[in-house]
Design a protein. Structure first.
Length: 130
């Protein structure tokens, strides 16, 4: 493994530990490129407002070249409006998520996410359409 892939994995760990779990939204501007930071903030900020006790756990990080792929589990309590649903006070646990991050000059420049929102909605007992 190269120094660069190790550094990129460290950035993903900071994103999970300090931004998602720790709530340090100011760090977004340091971890993401200037062009991607506004979109990241627009997604992360309302998610944290809906689930302020979110706990993401890193299951695995794989890095090659300028790319890191991470597998995570996510748990939280629904205390704010999310996807049009009023707070339920219910908790979801161990929702699977996979994220692909691309890097340039030590910042995230592109990301692709696959998360099991159907299971999240099911655990929260919120209506959803198949």
């Amino acid at each position: 493994m190269s120094e660069q892939t190790d550094a990129n994995k460290a950035i993903v760990r900071r994103l999970v530990d300090e931004v998602f779990n720790g709530g340090d939204l100011d760090l977004i501007d340091e971890l993401y490129s200037a062009t991607l930071a506004p979109a990241a903030r627009a997604w992360i900020t309302p998610f944290r407002a809906s689930f302020p006790d979110v706990q993401m756990d890193t299951v695995e990080l794989i890095a090659e070249g300028d790319t890191v792929v991470g597998r995570f589990t996510c748990s939280a309590t629904h205390t704010g409006k999310w996807l049009g649903h009023e707070p339920s006070g219910r908790r979801f646990t161990n929702i699977d998520e996979v994220n692909l991050y691309r890097f340039h000059n030590g910042r995230i420049t592109d990301t692709w996410t696959l998360e099991d929102n159907l299971e999240r909605l099911t655990q929260l007992r919120l209506p959803h359409t198949p």
